[in-house]
Design a protein. Structure first.
Length: 206
C-alpha cells in the first residue's frame, strides 16, 4: 500500500512540473523584445562609434591584454571610486569581452542583451500585476520610451543598465517572498549609479 502511495505521489509530482510548452510564450516575448530593442536602438550599430564617457570607460580596455584588467578591477573595489565600484568595473569587463568577440559591434550586442534582459524582467513584473496584453504594452513602452535617448550609449547600456537589472531581480525576489535574497541582490544596485534612488527604493519598498 505504501509503495502504491509513493508511486502515485511521484506521478502527481511529475504531472505538476511545468511543461516545456509553457516556456515557449515567454521565449517568444524575449525574442520579440530583443528585436524591438535592436531595431530601435542598434540596427545601425555598424556605423556607431564611441561617445562621451565611452572614451574613458571603455576604449582603454578594448584591445588591452586581459592581465591588465584584473588589477584595475581589484583597485575599483579597494578604492571605491565615487562609491560605485561596479559602475567602473562593468564597462571594462563587458567592453573587453564584446570587443574580443566581434569588435566594437560586439560591445553593442552585449548592451542590447542587457537592455533586453531588463525589458523582459519588467515584462514579468507587469505580468504579475495584469494580463498578457498589459505586460506586453508596458514592456514595449519600457523599450521605446522616447525621453530616454541614452540607450545606445555604451557607458549607459553596459554601465548604468545593470543597476536596473539588480533592482528588477530584487523586486521579483521580494514579491516571491525571498526577502533575504532580495536584500542581497539590491546591494548590486547600491554599488552602481543612482545610489540615492536605490536607497529611496529600499526605504519605500523594503
Amino acid at each position: 500500500m505504501s509503495e502504491r502511495a509513493s508511486t502515485l505521489s511521484s506521478c502527481r509530482w511529475i504531472s505538476s512540473r511545468p511543461a516545456v510548452n509553457n516556456w515557449l510564450p515567454a521565449l517568444r516575448v524575449l525574442l520579440l523584445l530583443f528585436l524591438v530593442i535592436w531595431v530601435s536602438n542598434f540596427l545601425l550599430s555598424n556605423s556607431f562609434g564611441l561617445y562621451e564617457d565611452d572614451y574613458s570607460h571603455i576604449s582603454p580596455r578594448m584591445a588591452s591584454d586581459p592581465s591588465t584588467l584584473m588589477p584595475i578591477l581589484v583597485s575599483n573595489f579597494a578604492v571605491w571610486p565615487q562609491g560605485r565600484p561596479l559602475h567602473f568595473s562593468f564597462p571594462k569587463i563587458f567592453g573587453y569581452i564584446g570587443f574580443s568577440l566581434s569588435g566594437l559591434r560586439g560591445i553593442y550586442v552585449i548592451g542590447a542583451l542587457i537592455l533586453t534582459l531588463n525589458a523582459f524582467l519588467f515584462y514579468l513584473l507587469l505580468r504579475r500585476l495584469g494580463s498578457e496584453s498589459f505586460a506586453l504594452l508596458g514592456s514595449f513602452a519600457f523599450c521605446l520610451f522616447p525621453a530616454d535617448t541614452t540607450r545606445p550609449f555604451l557607458t549607459h547600456a553596459i554601465g548604468y543598465q545593470p543597476s536596473l537589472t539588480f533592482l528588477l531581480i530584487a523586486t521579483h525576489l521580494y514579491l516571491s517572498g525571498l526577502k533575504t535574497a532580495s536584500y542581497s541582490v539590491i546591494l548590486g544596485a547600491l554599488l552602481k549609479p543612482s545610489k540615492r534612488d536605490s536607497l529611496h527604493f529600499l526605504q519605500r519598498r523594503f
